[in-house]
Ligand binder design. Structure first.
Ligand SMILES: [Zn+2]
Ligand SMILES: [Zn+2]
Length: 258
């Protein structure tokens, strides 16, 4: 991903506040469309206003990726500024993955974690995130629902990692087939699959286990069949094609306590 800066200059000082307000709306629309990460800021100095953001790709802000709402907001911003905005990439965002550039994808994975700034849909071929605006068949509602699920998942992951009062509740949400978070996520996977027309898999988290041996014998929690992969795919050790589920082996066993 890339750090970027977009600069605007208001035609009059009295319009600067209006420009700031419109820019927040514009940034929100870009975020909803997957064109910028949900980590942006707007700053001002006299008539100059800057949007600092993180882009999945160098060209994420190109007009062709805008949706109706971001185009309309950009038009109203155009009436408040002296000249077209200037965009610059200021560097590669540290510790962020590159975006998928595959021409064809055999499947997608719905997957995120608390430090993830990228798209919640990853490519099944290269395992890299797929910017939501690249999935042309997804409508605005689906994009919003995906980002809403991502935010809920990250809230659970945060509770789990902080190991406080919500640890077990959050772990169940992320690891159980019948949790609200999982049911929402799988419903989304099915809806995305119907639109994008490639299989969309859901990841079930696994942290605690009895032993590595027992983990290898673990069966798909939905159909009860064997789902251990002969070769792991990235972090995934289990995959059930019929149930569209993925999981990984537990990493914490009672013997680790010694
Ligand atoms: Zn890919
Ligand atoms: Zn299954």
């Amino acid at each position: 991903m890339f750090d970027a800066e977009v600069r605007f200059v208001a035609t009059r000082s009295s319009l600067t506040q209006k420009l700031v307000e419109e820019l927040w709306l514009y940034a929100h629309a870009l975020c909803r469309n997957g064109q910028i990460a949900d980590d942006y800021s707007v700053s001002r100095q006299a008539r100059r206003v800057r949007l600092l953001c993180i882009l999945p790709e160098r060209g994420s802000l190109e007009g062709m990726f805008h949706d109706k709402r971001s185009r309309a907001l950009l038009r109203s911003i155009g009436k408040l500024i002296t000249r077209p905005p200037t965009k610059s990439i200021t560097g590669e965002a540290a510790d962020t993955p590159p975006s998928c550039s595959c021409r064809r994808r055999s499947c997608l994975h719905l997957f995120t974690h608390m430090f993830d700034d990228s798209s919640p849909l990853a490519c099944g071929n290269c395992s890299q995130p797929v910017p939501l605006y690249r999935l042309h068949r997804l409508d605005v509602r689906s994009r919003e629902a995906l980002l809403g699920w991502q935010s809920d998942y990250q809230a659970c992951d945060r509770l789990f990692i902080s190991s406080g009062f919500g640890e077990m509740w959050a772990y169940r949400q992320m690891s159980r087939l019948d949790s609200g978070l999982t049911m929402d996520g799988r419903e989304l996977c099915a809806a995305v699959e119907a639109k994008v027309r490639v299989p969309v898999f859901y990841y079930l988290h696994k942290y605690w286990g009895r032993s590595n041996e027992m983990e290898c014998k673990r069966l798909c929690p939905s159909c009860g069949k064997s789902w251990l992969l002969s070769e792991p795919i990235g972090i995934f050790d289990f995959k059930c094609d019929a149930c569209r589920l993925l999981s990984s082996k537990a990493v914490d066993f009672p013997s680790n306590a010694n």
